[in-house]
Design a protein around this ligand. Structure first.
Ligand code: ZN
Ligand code: FE
Length: 256
């Protein structure tokens, strides 16, 4: 019961609200602020005092509650140095690989550009929790609004290098539509078929499809699998560079 925990709840239409709580140090962080009032209500109902906000990127559905929550709680806002000008109320500016001490837990910031140029993920140790914002979704990845496919593929590889047992929390519940696309490009992947069945059962029971382990994502998410032969074959790109397969996958998903 003394353990770090993540409280996940719905925000806006399909964003996740995420509160990372350390009961020992009495710390509570909101990962992004998709809706300040909804997050405030969750804090009140739990009796938690917000101490931090960790922003993954500057988009309108990830920062709108920053200033309001900071005003009400005097919390510290942490974000990317790269994106400081676009993160309202930012106090702590981190660069790739920087470690922020959150009580007894280390939170490493990873720069993962692609969705936006300033997009970052936060890796919490020792619990191995990864907050990916709109960079990685379950069975999907963010659209390339600012970065190139090359940058995003590098970011995917950075995430892929983390341990399989890492628990992924992302910015949106997009899993079911991502699953339909994943099945189209890799219909014979048994791990993917299992995950899709699990996802349908979760949604039927009105449960969230996140968190998901990175191991499961490595086996099912086409955007982490640009070097696997089945995907290369689907795109007719046998023997091509993984970046070409990733680029083709992202382009097809944009039209899906
Ligand atoms: Zn976004
Ligand atoms: Fe978003």
């Amino acid at each position: 019961m003394d353990k770090l925990s993540v409280h996940q709840f719905g925000c806006r239409s399909d964003n996740f609200g995420l509160l990372l709580r350390d009961p020992v140090a009495n710390l509570c962080a909101s990962i992004d602020t998709p809706d300040g009032e909804t997050i405030w209500r969750e804090l009140q109902s739990k009796g938690w005092q917000l101490t931090h906000i960790f922003n993954t990127h500057h988009h309108y559905d990830h920062v709108p509650g920053n200033e309001m929550l900071k005003e009400r709680t005097q919390c510290t806002i942490v974000g990317a140095k790269n994106d400081a000008a676009r993160i309202p109320g930012i106090d702590i500016l981190l660069e790739d690989g920087d470690i922020y001490e959150f009580g007894a837990n280390n939170i490493t910031m990873l720069e993962t550009p692609g969705h936006t140029l300033g997009s970052v993920c936060y890796f919490v140790e020792p619990d191995k929790i990864l907050f990916t914002g709109d960079t990685l979704f379950s069975m999907g990845c963010g659209r390339l609004f600012e970065g190139s496919a090359d940058l995003m593929w590098q970011s995917m590889q950075k995430i892929r290098a983390l341990p399989d047992e890492t628990q992924i929390y992302c910015g949106h519940e997009y899993t079911l539509s991502n699953a339909a696309f994943a099945l189209q490009v890799e219909p014979d992947n048994p791990a993917l078929q299992r995950r899709v069945n699990d996802v349908k059962a979760l949604l039927c029971a009105h449960k969230d499809t996140l968190p998901v382990s990175l191991g499961t994502e490595k086996a099912t998410n086409p955007f982490l699998r640009a070097d696997c032969p089945e995907l290369q074959r689907y795109f007719g790109l046998q023997g091509s560079a993984p970046l070409d397969v990733f680029t083709a996958t992202r382009a097809l998903k944009d039209k899906f």
